[in-house]
Design a protein around this ligand. Structure first.
Ligand SMILES: [Ca+2]
Ligand SMILES: [Ca+2]
Length: 236
């Protein structure tokens, strides 16, 4: 019987190790949609103009509330629906700006497209923003660089996004978190398309996969088989 327990323990260890090896890192290379929206021009779609579409950004007014914000949509279909997200970072290239704290929000509403959305058409969804943390952008005119926004995972309803395969992020706070008239600018995916340089925003996601029923059944049937074999050996 001792041998059986040993084998069972070994199998369990192997199972746990195989579970750990399912952890994966994925790079989602580009948003499917990205666009700025601006309260000062609430009916303008900023993706429709060739040059306006190249830049994303945030800008404060009215005592620290961002009146210019940016939406980014990522396709998460490469990540299994049952995955557990263990890390996620938005990488976005910052260009000449003053230093500013920029909030990152996860939005429940994916029902927008870069070629049509405006401040007015999306403002009804601002109240559903989940704050995912933020980052102080410090780079100056002479020092453009990649900025990394590490997401606060507790605030991410990722099961919803893995099921609908669309993650909408919004740069820019829906509350007051900065100084008056400060802002910053980022390259959009159109900058990359127009200028042939690799500055397009991207997302990195680390995840592990929960055991799928098939694997559990395989494991269970293996155990049953072993017990059967053990009994047979005992009889023999
Ligand atoms: Ca765009
Ligand atoms: Ca979603």
């Amino acid at each position: 019987m001792k041998k059986l327990y040993l084998i069972l323990t070994l199998l369990l260890v192997l199972f746990v190790f195989s579970f750990n090896t399912w952890a994966a890192l994925i790079i989602i290379t580009s948003p499917t949609d990205d666009v700025r929206i601006d309260k000062n021009e609430p009916t303008k779609n900023w993706n429709s103009d060739y040059h306006d579409s190249e830049l994303l950004g945030v800008r404060y007014s009215d005592g620290g509330v961002y009146h210019s914000r940016s939406l980014l949509m990522f396709d998460l279909s490469a990540i299994p629906d049952a995955a557990i997200i263990t890390g996620a970072t938005l990488h976005i290239y910052s260009i000449p700006t003053s230093s500013a704290y920029v909030s990152l929000n996860r939005m429940a509403d994916d029902n927008w497209a870069e070629g049509a959305v405006t401040w007015n058409s999306y403002q009804g969804s601002f109240s559903s923003a989940q704050n995912m943390g933020g980052h102080t952008v410090v780079h100056t005119n002479s020092d453009p660089a990649w900025e990394e926004f590490s997401m606060v995972l507790n605030n991410w309803s990722w099961a919803d996004d893995l099921s609908d395969n669309q993650l909408t992020l919004m740069l820019g706070s829906v509350t007051n978190d900065g100084a008056y008239s400060v802002g910053t600018t980022f390259y959009s995916k159109e900058w990359d398309a127009h200028n042939s340089t690799n500055f397009r925003p991207y997302l990195t996601v680390e995840y592990s996969q929960v055991p799928v029923p098939a694997a559990v059944w395989l494991f269970a049937s293996g155990l049953i088989g072993l017990v059967g074999l053990r009994r047979k050996q005992t009889k023999d």
